[in-house]
Design a protein around this ligand. Structure first.
Ligand code: AMP
Ligand code: MG
Length: 408
């Protein structure tokens, strides 16, 4: 029921979370199992195939967090101490001579028997080069203990982790020169529609430039997929069937357009003939019609063709599917609750993903939310989720999904 008390049309539409759950289930049924070993510098955007277990204590020995002096707290009487050695990062120290201190620099190993480091700002070098410590000290102070980050045998990154600069740095810190990653998912991108023309060509009557191809090919690359650019499919069953048949060595055929049950639904016809087809009507806006099926055993996802619909359904449904095929566990973007900086007076029967921005901590939305307007997303920082049957007053909380969360 919507707030007006009338039964909505929502019941006949598939909720977004149901569609996502089904897609993830299907992704899990055909995981990518092949793997490859790559230098750590080349694993950006890839998925870790095995647990990364530490073979080191990190740091391997206690080391100084400061430039200063290492000593034993118990040796401090207030009298100046003799400096018995100087240790830079990269050097191996001698054990501490009782009753002395050691000049030490950040990252240098703390000598055995020293139990604290005093920063140089709290030390006074005397004329005879002995050092007076001005304040009392605590054992352990300014020492980074051995294994504070990780110890031998500890699980540092589980299999299924997506690798980015931070994980690459972490793996390198553990001495990994190479990592085993899941092989890239091979995705064929198809645009459908007689009206489509590639940029660079002249537009004829009734024609528009193909934007989804550029959008999806680039996005898929950022997701670590191997992209097979399968061009534009005309609205014609024979060609559709033939072109789909050429796409054999792919893990997914991702098409846009032609998924409404209209007369021009040639992709649907081809799938019905040579595979299987589920046509979902989703409670999502922009979006709604989404195809999932198989063509001669190859999974096919058909996204709606309007560019903003393509963007939203790819971000929320196809992206998680692709990541899960590679074994990624956390496939959903981080979401934040923010106050709405706009009003939403009329409840809808589909969940809306408005292209919006944060301004002074509030979500505002682009003036034109038509599914044909991709500029709305170029202007936006994120998707503002407005639930089915929901109205909003300014200041009420909405979910904000940063585009940066889903673009990579
Ligand atoms: P369809 O789902 O094929 O009925 O397409 C819905 C709308 O999206 C129509 O206005 C199409 O012209 C448009 N459209 C479909 N594919 C693309 C594309 N690749 N690039 C730009 N617009 C498209
Ligand atoms: Mg079309």
């Amino acid at each position: 029921m919507n707030p007006a008390g009338k039964p909505g049309k929502t019941a006949s539409l598939m909720p977004v979370e149901v569609a996502l759950a089904r897609l993830l289930e299907m992704a899990e049924a055909s995981p990518i199992r092949e793997r490859e070993r790559l230098p750590v510098a080349q694993v950006q955007g890839r998925v870790l195939a095995d647990d990364l277990v530490s073979t080191l204590d990190l740091p391997p020995w206690p080391n100084s967090a400061m430039d200063g002096y290492a000593l034993r707290v118990a040796d401090w009487t207030g009298e100046p101490l003799l400096v018995s050695q100087k240790i830079f990062a990269g050097q191996a120290p001698e054990p501490l001579k009782p009753g002395t201190c050691v000049r030490i620099f950040t990252g240098a190993p703390v000598p055995a028997d020293a139990d604290c480091v005093e920063m140089q700002e709290n030390a006074e070098v005397q004329a005879d080069e002995r050092v007076r410590f001005l304040e009392s000290m605590k054992p352990g102070q300014n020492i980074r203990p051995q294994g504070q980050e990780t110890t031998v045998g500890e699980l540092v990154l589980p299999a299924g982790t997506r690798l980015g600069p931070i994980e690459q740095g972490l793996a390198a810190s553990l001495g990994c020169a190479e990592l085993d990653v899941v092989r890239k998912v091979r995705v064929a991108v198809l645009s459908t529609g007689d009206e489509l023309v590639e940029p660079g060509q002249a537009l004829g009557p009734g024609q528009i430039y193909n934007s989804n191809r550029a959008l999806l090919c680039s996005w898929l690359q950022r997701l670590g997929c191997e992209v097979i650019d399968a061009g534009i499919l005309p609205d014609d069953l024979v060609t559709t069937r033939a072109r789909l048949g050429e796409l054999k060595d792919v893990d997914l055929i991702l098409s846009t357009g032609g998924v409404s049950v209209g007369e021009a639904d040639f992709l649907g016809m081809a799938l019905r003939e040579e595979g299987e087809l589920a046509l979902w009507k989703l409670a999502i806006k922009p979006g709604k019609p989404l195809t999932f099926g198989h063509f001669r055993g190859v999974p096919v996802i058909g996204l709606p063709g309007n560019p903003a619909s393509t963007l939203v359904t790819f971000a929320l449904l196809a992206r998680p599917y692709l990541l899960r095929r590679q074994g990624v566990k956390e496939v959903e973007p981080l979401k934040f609750q923010v106050p709405a900086g706009f009003v939403w007076p009329r409840p809808g029967n589909r969940r809306e993903y408005l292209r919006g921005r944060l301004e002074n901590g509030r979500a505002i939305i682009y003036k034109n939310q038509s599914s044909g307007v991709l500029r709305s997303a170029a202007w936006a920082d994120g998707l503002v989720e407005v639930l089915e049957d929901r109205t909003l007053m300014e200041g009420e909380y909405v979910v904000f999904i940063p585009l940066s969360e889903v673009l990579g």
